[in-house]
Design a protein. Sequence first.
Length: 271
Amino acid sequence: MRHHDLRRRSVTSAVSTHKVLSIAAGVVVAAAGAALLNHWLARKAERRNPPRGRFIEVQGVRLHYVERGTGPPLVLLHGNGSMIEDFQSSGLIELAARKYRVIAFDRPGFGHSERPRHITWTPEAQASLIAAALEKIEVPSAIILGHSWGTLVALALGMNYPRQVQALVLASGYYYPTARVDVVILSPPAIPVLGDLLSSTISPLVSRLMWPLLLRKIFGPAPVPKKFESFPEEMAVRPSQIRASAAETALIIPSVSKFSTDTANFRCRWL
């Protein structure tokens, strides 16, 4: 009797192990398939949306930027998850170029700009890169317009490179640290190893499904403007850009906390 029970348990255990291994193999195959699909979609997106501007190498980083118009220099820095096309589709570049020399950058990791992974791309690190890029293209000083996350880079430019900043225009910025649910939800693709797995497999596919809902949330309660339909969302959901966006989401609260202290100290020095 005991021998029969042991044999039955052994068979049950073998079946369970086989099921676990089969499920694990299925997950691995599905993940590999998703990664290959996302890689193919990313390359397709880049072919369909070639660079509109020029490239400049600064501090070992290849930056993409667009330059339009003549007049006083105006630098545009986009928000998290976005790219130059945000300003292009809104019509801002075309309108501003009537009076200004407009220079719009793809910030590191967005659009067609590189984002080396050995660097933590804080607002200060990005400000250093932008300041060096402006110097290289012979822009001694400029008006800096930052939108959303780009306002942090603009502030870092103003505080650390004041001679290169004529004025700051800060649009829809986040300046005071608060508890944010979106940081918890959107940061995981920035986690080492796990983040690579997520951003290569699940995150791009989920992002594609959620894109219409995200646009309604951004523009609500107003409808999504027709002109924004030209924004290349397929570029925004590439694995590389999802990682960059997640990293900036994870950095936002500590960056703003640092700015709160630095701005207070900066103000005290000038009182």
